[in-house]
Ligand binder design. Sequence first.
Ligand code: KIV
Length: 280
Amino acid sequence: MKNTVLTMQKQKEQGDKISMLTAYDYSTAKLMDQAGINSLLVGDSLGMVMLGYEDTLSVTMEDMIHHSRAVANGAQNALVVTDLPFMSYHISIPDAVANAGRLIKEGHAAAVKLEGGEAFSETIQAITRASIPVMGHIGLTPQSIHAFGGFKVQGKTIEAAQKILQDALAVEKAGAFAIVLEAIPADLAALITKKLTIPTIGIGAGNQTDGQVLVYQDMLGMYGEMQPKFVKRYADLGAEMNSAIQHYKTEIQQEQFPAAEHTFSIAPEIIAALEKGIKH
Ligand code: KIV
């Protein structure tokens, strides 16, 4: 069944937890879709896990459109949500609406996500007015790492927790259909989840949110540069890939690959005739 923003809302109402993973390419998106993941996030984390940058700040609209289109091609049922990258929605509201529109028209996403709370209320309103569903994202918002002084848990003091709650309520009021809560205390995420009518998707926010999202390279053990406390490794594909690649290299060196079953044949007389021809 095709997942839409309405499906996500229904899941919250029925207490059916929402599963979301990041995806950046066709074949991985297809595998996730076939596994029944409800929603695929084309996150600007692609700057780090796909492009090798230190953070997400250099990701461009072109990067997002390119990867979003590939994911949309692989997602038959999952709801594709694509991130608005840093500075694509900060300069002006018309700019934000135009860039959100590009993610839908050119990136084939079904919704967009942007980082920020109350300060982005008008931007969220304007994008939703253009009939583009918006997912909010508050708490640790990686596009603000320089302002935060690094990748740090947010909302630990009464003032900070109050601000995050206020941001969540503002994002809902502005018309967002769902909100990501990143790296905040579990009890704060649980409280926000109770207060909001829209679904909350947690990452490092405990298990009382309406759904969960992880960066797939983190949960599959394919990205070693950073290992946040909130990540659970469900597989060690990095080690598996390394071993398979080394095996491939050894078999090339030992002429075990390609074997007969990987090889095309030709009648020996043809080769013999060619050899004769070469001699003359
Ligand atoms: O870019 C991303 O992958 C994200 C998730 C971490 C929520 O925003």
